[in-house]
Ligand binder design. Structure first.
Ligand SMILES: [Zn+2]
Length: 139
């Protein structure tokens, strides 16, 4: 899960909402989230690319043991996702139940509010993935 403060959210909003990653001009591999260095080969010769918002769920884990203060989010479902261009990433899964998860199921990216900081009223957003339902409601 990628957690953002509001200032970082505004700075990086485009990158996260559009699901931008990087493409390495040396080894040709793509990765997410955007970083100044290619995680595959260490090259700094990278450029930003728009990643597809849909892909498939390669595997997943379900965690029922959640720290105090985050219990309302239990169980946490984490998925290893391969986007339609082959980019792999780990993300929290949302809008679904553990028993609905299947390997190789189609998934799509959505931006979800994950936490409101009571003291400062800061809203934290995270990119999550949910089962892709063709013809379902758009956001
Ligand atoms: Zn590389």
């Amino acid at each position: 899960m990628v957690r953002l403060s509001i200032s970082r959210h505004w700075r990086e909003k485009g990158a996260y909402y559009r699901l931008e990653g990087i493409e390495c001009l040396d080894c040709g591999k793509r990765s997410y989230p955007p970083a100044p260095v290619c995680p595959h080969c260490g090259s700094r010769n990278v450029r930003r690319v728009k990643l597809p918002r849909t892909g498939r769920l390669l595997s997943y884990t379900i965690t029922y043991s959640i720290p105090e203060g985050f219990r309302e989010y239990a169980p946490v479902m984490l998925g290893l996702i391969e986007l339609d261009d082959g980019t792999r990433l780990v993300s929290q899964l949302t809008d679904t139940k553990p028993e609905e998860l299947r390997e190789n199921m189609r998934v799509e990216a959505v931006l979800r509010r994950v936490q409101v900081d009571g003291e400062y009223g800061l809203i934290h957003y995270a990119l999550k993935f949910r089962p892709h339902r063709p013809g379902g409601r758009k956001e």
